[in-house]
Design a protein around this ligand. Structure first.
Ligand SMILES: [Zn+2]
Length: 373
């Protein structure tokens, strides 16, 4: 924690003083937690940012993350100073009594409140959920900023990105297109956007990585643009390559042989696994709702439809639910939607041969752009 009351009942910000001055204050002042009002200890050290910690473990010290890393404390101070410099009304670690919560930062613009949480360590999903709900109930918009990972996922460009499950809950959306996520790098004071996130499989996405330095950023944060059709060609290539890799791996590792429903479907439909037709393995908007790789569930669906002597777009909701049940896939509204979207895409492709290539049709579908036939 970066602030505490001193014995004069003033809020004390250690980061505004030198270590030498802090050593003097530590001898002459007492400090108290702004939330539980218990005495706290000023920790100066030589590595970490000077901060406070409860003297004894209590409920408050568990509620408020103690043992915050240097990256976390440093990032909070940077964001606080930056928001002040932009002229916003901002509070550092304010205690919100009615919620019993202390966001890292609370920004107020006109009548809008934003709780900014800068997250460096992993946080349990239920804790994250609880905090978000608490803010929402009190008309505070929660913004979760995660520390930028120190790997190639943070390098500008269009690439495959791995996103841990919790951060997927923090996805934000624009009015059109695909979700995005923003991280903050307190080592370099940069915001990294992962935009136009297209789900591939598991925790893997294809996205466009864009860096913006703190002095160019604004608050509320900039919203990302949709990628262009040209950029989507790169997505398409990465996506198709991932699908191909997946199919090869399946072929190599399948021990079930003819029992493997995917391989059997391919065989029965006379599909060559090494050269899958381009309409199998295409991304759809709600595709993340189905845990299988697109190539796999789309093959299974085509086979399922064929047995019913229907086209995929002719499948009713009951058929789709039968399909999900048969392949032990979770029957959610989103999964049903994903299958309907795929059916619709196949119909569009079939009815307009040669007008647009599949990549362009998928682009139009994902970014909700009306195509002219
Ligand atoms: Zn306390």
């Amino acid at each position: 924690m970066l602030i505490a009351y001193n014995n004069l009942q003033q809020l004390f910000h250690p980061y505004q003083y030198t270590r030498k001055a802090l050593q003097k204050y530590r001898r002459t002042m007492k400090f108290f937690c702004p939330q539980c009002l218990e005495p706290v200890q000023l920790k100066i050290g030589s590595y970490n940012i000077p901060h406070f910690a409860h003297l004894t473990q209590n409920q408050c010290s568990q509620l408020f993350a103690e043992g915050e890393s240097k990256l976390h404390l440093q990032g909070k101070i940077q964001l606080f100073e930056w928001l002040k410099k932009l002229g916003h009304k901002v509070a550092l670690e304010p205690f919100l009594k009615e919620l019993s919560q202390r966001p890292d930062l609370l920004v107020t613009i006109a009548n809008n409140n934003f709780a900014l949480e800068f997250q460096c360590s992993s946080i349990a999903h239920n804790k994250w959920h609880q905090r978000t709900i608490g803010y929402e109930k009190n008309n505070i918009q929660a913004i979760w900023l995660f520390q930028t990972p120190q790997n190639k996922d943070a390098i500008n460009g269009i690439r495959k990105i791995r996103i841990p499950p919790l951060q997927q809950h923090a996805f934000m959306t624009t009015t059109t297109g695909l979700p995005y996520l923003m991280t903050y790098n307190s080592k370099t004071a940069d915001f990294i956007y992962w935009t136009n996130l297209l789900h591939v499989h598991g925790h893997t996405f294809i996205g466009k990585v864009q860096k913006i330095s703190m002095d160019k950023q604004r608050f509320p944060f900039y919203l990302p643009n949709s990628i262009t059709q040209e950029e989507f060609r790169q997505y398409w290539q990465l996506y198709k390559r991932a699908c191909q890799h997946y199919v090869y791996r399946r072929l190599l590792h399948s021990k079930k042989g003819v029992q493997d429903s995917f391989l059997r479907s391919c065989y029965e439909m006379n599909l060559s696994i090494t050269t899958m037709p381009s309409y199998i393995g295409i991304p759809v908007k709600e595709g993340a709702a189905i845990t299988l790789f697109a190539s796999e569930w789309q093959t299974l669906l085509l086979h399922f439809s064929k047995r019913l002597d229907l086209e995929p777009y002719e499948l009713g909701k009951n058929h789709i639910q039968d399909f999900l049940w048969q392949y032990q896939l979770e029957d959610t509204g989103q999964a049903v939607k994903a299958i309907q979207q795929y059916g619709q895409l196949l119909k569009d492709i079939e009815q307009n041969p040669g007008l647009l290539d599949i990549c362009e049709q998928v682009y139009a579908h994902l970014f909700a752009i009306a195509t002219i036939y």
